[in-house]
Design a protein around this ligand. Structure first.
Ligand code: GRF
Length: 207
């Protein structure tokens, strides 16, 4: 199973994927890491692991669709079975998604339908501070369309917000859950789709 990971930031979730591949907990390889930000920590992590990288930085005045066409070309070049958005900070349009139907998954630090977009952890924390909630969560979902942090859920886990939490302690706990849940979700997806890539494995015929 060939994974292409799209990451804009630090890349701790990419690291959990790389570690799981090395340890044999994921039957997959990271074929490439693509970033929109030349200084992304994710690129350094990929280099350390000997994984090819691509920087597809947005060009001034470029439309989202034009960017997404360039991005799709770069990703397609690495022949992914699955595209993993691990801290990818751009909304993808159909110009990208149509090239990888049912093969793009996203990690979001909130429960389904809650806090789409940026600063999801901080917003949940603020709501907890004013007594409006006592938990948040993490989800991994398919990205079928341009909806933000929305799509069929592959894995989900609730994370309690403790009265003693600060935004930093909550963020740390969420990241711990993310690192585990993302690997679990990729493993589940891989298992479900292994017959798509392994010609020796018999396909289940409809009865
Ligand atoms: C994660 O919290 C992810 O859910 C969010 O951005 C963060 C990326 O962290 N979309 P990292 O770059 O993987 O460390």
């Amino acid at each position: 199973m060939r994974l292409v990971v799209l990451a804009s930031g630090n890349g701790s979730n990419l690291q959990s994927i790389l570690d799981a591949c090395t340890a044999g907990r994921l039957d997959a390889e990271v074929a490439a890491v693509v970033s929109d930000r030349p200084l992304a920590g994710a690129l350094r992590r990929a280099h350390r692991s000997g994984v090819p990288t691509e920087i597809i930085a947005p060009i001034d005045d470029e439309t989202r669709r034009t960017y997404d066409i360039r991005l799709a070309e770069a990703v397609r070049h690495h022949r992914p079975d699955l595209v993993v958005l691990a801290g990818w900070m751009r909304i993808l349009s159909s110009s990208f998604l149509d090239g990888f139907p049912d093969r793009v998954i996203n990690l979001h630090p909130a429960l389904p339908g809650e806090y789409p977009g940026i600063r999801a952890i901080e917003r949940a924390f603020q709501d907890a501070q004013r007594g409006a909630r006592s938990h948040t969560g993490v989800m991994v979902h398919l990205v079928p369309d341009e909806g933000v942090d929305d799509g069929p859920v592959i894995a989900v886990e609730k994370v309690p917000i403790d009265p003693s939490d600060t935004v930093d302690t909550l963020t740390e706990r969420i990241h711990e859950v993310e690192h585990r849940l993302l690997v679990d979700a990729i493993a589940a997806w891989t298992l479900e789709h292994s017959s798509d890539t392994d010609p020796t494995r018999p396909r289940t015929e409809p009865t």
